[in-house]
Structures are given as C-alpha cells and as structure tokens.
Design a protein around this ligand. Structure first.
Ligand code: NAP
Length: 337
C-alpha cells in the first residue's frame, strides 16, 4: 500500500497530540512522520506506536518530502508556514481559521461536503469546532428540508482553548480549594465555577468572532449563501466536548419523528433521545470518541417549520483532529496526493 509522509505542525498541543492518536487508531498509511512545534519544545521525545519521535522546531524548511501537513497551530503560525509547505509540494489541512473563507480553500466536513476536497489548491481548511459539531448533526435534516435559519447557543469546553485552557481550569479549582487568589490568563474571567459568554473579540454588532463562524462557515459548507445564523457562544467549566442547543427553521416541516428517523441513520451521528429515561447527550458521554450525539429533539412551539435539538461532541476529536485525518483519508481515497 502506498505510504504518505505526514507532518503535524503543533504536535505538542491539544489538537496535535490527538491527531497523532487518531492517525494510529485509523491506521492512516503514513511513511515518514514529522512532529513540529515551537523552539520551546524542540528536542522533546514522543513515543508513538513503539517508536520514539523527536519534536523539531517548525521552520519554512521543515516540509521537504512531506505529502500532508496536519496543521494544529494558531492563525499566525499557519499563515507563516502553510505557503512554504504548499510550495514544497505538500497539501496542508489547517485547523486554524486563517484560510477558511478564502475562495480557493475548500472548507470540509467529510460527512457533509467531501466532494469539495477536489477543488483544493494546496490548502484545505478544517471548520470551526462548534460548526463541525452542529453541521454533522444537522446534515441529514438539511438534505431533507433546507435549513433557512438557525438559532444556536454553545456550551464550550475549556480544552477548546488548547492546553492552556485545561491548565487554567485545573489551577483555578486547586487555588480556590486551597484558599489562594485565582489567576486569570487564558479566559476573560475566572472559569472555575463560572460560565463566560465571550469567546473571541466582539464586533460592532456585539457578536463575537466565534459566534460569526457558525454563519460564515455554515454557508460555505452547506453551499447555502442565504443561511442565517444567530449564535451565542459560552465557555463552560467542562474539560472536553462542546454542547449546543440548536433551533432550526426549515423550508418545509420536519416532524420530530421524521427528524429522529433521519438522525438515527445519519453518518457520524448517534441518536440519544429518551428524555423519559433521562437519556440525552452530555459531554461526559461524548468525550474521547468521534460521534456527535443528538437528542432532546422536539417541535419549536413558538414557530412553524421549526425544530429544537441538543447535541454534544468531542471538539478536540471530531471538531478538529479526527475531521482533519478524515480529510486526509479523502485525499488518499480520491488520489489527490
Ligand atoms: N482545542 C480545540 O478544541 C480546537 C478545536 C478546533 C480547532 N482548534 C484550532 O487548532 C489550533 C491548535 O489549537 P490547540 O488547542 O491544539 O492549541 P494549543 O494546545 O495551544 O497548541 C498549540 C500548538 O502550536 C505550537 N506552536 C506555538 N507556537 C509555535 C511556533 N512559533 N511555531 C510552531 N508551532 C508553534 C505549540 O507548540 P509548543 O508546545 O512548542 O508551544 C503547540 O504544539 C488553533 O488554531 C485552534 O484554534 C482547536
């Protein structure tokens, strides 16, 4: 079987570490494997599948002979290094938001729009994590009856802010429990025992950057430029898995029964919807796996052709690492690298 040389850019981060795990779990046919991070981590050793790998400092010269770069770093790093990787002949699958809305960059959720991968010019973008979770959950409903409008509230885990987000919640809980003053570095306020209705900076309309991604990226992935989304993003003191309350308005009615039937057969989705038995999606149940759990499906009693649901998914995995590896698998399957 043909092997592909893979580099993970940001291999020491929350998403990068998970990418390595997912490559192994899914038996991705990798040949050479390069683990790249900042100068700070260069020289550290990582064990993977019985072999030791040494983290290298990422530079423009890191991509010779590499076929696929799984990029799990901040925008400015991706902007600085992705063009060099493409120039060296690699395809970059980027988890940052740097290129997502560029016309020549496909934005792909493999369950929803895998065919868009074919249009790549070297960079393919992984969508925002909450957007991946919502659109994977909604895909079959949208195919049955086009979604015109969504009202979404997200409840986003601290690992969405990377390893520093996890450390901050740990540290604050420990400081509070030992009577120490809480230090705030990663989030706008104390996150322990709190919820913060801000992820990213606000625009002149009062929406945060994270909130606008659901509409901007949703339009591109669903190929629906008229999709309207009103989103509120909230950081919650949960370690892993984002949750979302979603109301959709569709061009024709989807009854809750029909919705459950569609969701039960949807790719990447698990229907968990038995409220009478206290069964519904929760982040503790959806972490460390790839399915988006959907439940609490019900009619919106305030509006015609509207449906309400609740979903949860592991944003480090399906919302980032797994989605990126799935895109790499499409490239392999379609002979695009
Ligand atoms: N966390 C999530 O749930 C999630 C979900 C979807 C998308 N994303 C996106 O994925 C990307 C990575 O997020 P993350 O949560 O994994 O962040 P993270 O845990 O903070 O990891 C950041 C990674 O970037 C590396 N890095 C920092 N400065 C660098 C430099 N100058 N050159 C090369 N590498 C450098 C870090 O290496 P060092 O260890 O050496 O500093 C680390 O490996 C971000 O764009 C984020 O928005 C994250």
């Amino acid at each position: 079987m043909k092997k592909y040389n893979v580099a993970i850019l940001g291999a020491t981060g929350a998403v990068g570490q998970e990418m390595l795990k997912v490559l192994g779990e899914r038996n991705f046919p990798y040949g050479e494997l390069k683990l790249l991070a900042s100068k700070r981590s260069a020289g550290e050793e990582v064990e993977f599948q019985g072999k030791k790998f040494v983290i290298e400092e990422a530079t423009e010269n890191s991509f010779e002979n590499i076929n696929v770069v799984l990029c799990a770093a901040e925008n400015y790093i991706s902007e600085a290094l992705s063009p060099a990787a493409v120039k060296a002949g690699a395809v970059v699958i980027d988890n940052s938001s740097a290129f997502r809305l560029n016309d020549d960059v496909p934005l792909v959720v493999p369950e929803v729009n895998p065919e868009d991968v074919k249009n790549h010019k070297g960079i393919i973008a992984n969508p925002n994590c909450s957007t991946i979770i919502a659109l994977t959950a909604l895909n079959e409903l949208n195919k049955y009856a086009k979604i015109n409008r969504m009202v979404v509230s997200t409840f986003q885990a601290v690992s969405g802010a990377g390893v520093n987000g996890i450390k901050e919640l740990d540290q604050q809980i420990s400081d509070i429990n030992s009577g120490k003053t809480v230090e705030i570095k990663t989030f706008a306020h104390q996150i322990a025992y709190n919820v913060i209705p801000q992820i990213g900076d606000f625009d002149e309309m009062g929406y945060s950057q994270e909130e606008m991604k659901m509409q901007n990226e949703g339009r591109k992935i669903f190929h629906n430029p008229d999709l309207k989304v009103n989103c509120t993003c909230v950081r919650v003191p949960v370690y892993r898995s984002h949750s979302e309350s979603i109301t959709i308005e569709t061009e024709k009615e989807i009854t809750p029964e029909k919705a459950r039937e569609l969701l039960a057969n949807a790719d990447g989705v698990k229907l968990v919807d038995d409220p009478a038995s206290k069964k519904y999606p929760m982040p503790l149940d959806t972490s460390n796996q790839d399915l988006i759990y959907v439940g609490r499906v019900r009619k919106d009693i305030s509006q015609d052709n509207s449906l309400v649901l609740w979903c949860c998914g592991d944003q480090v995995r399906k919302g980032a690492a797994t989605n990126a590896v799935q895109i790499a698998e499409v490239l392999v399957k379609e002979n695009l690298i």
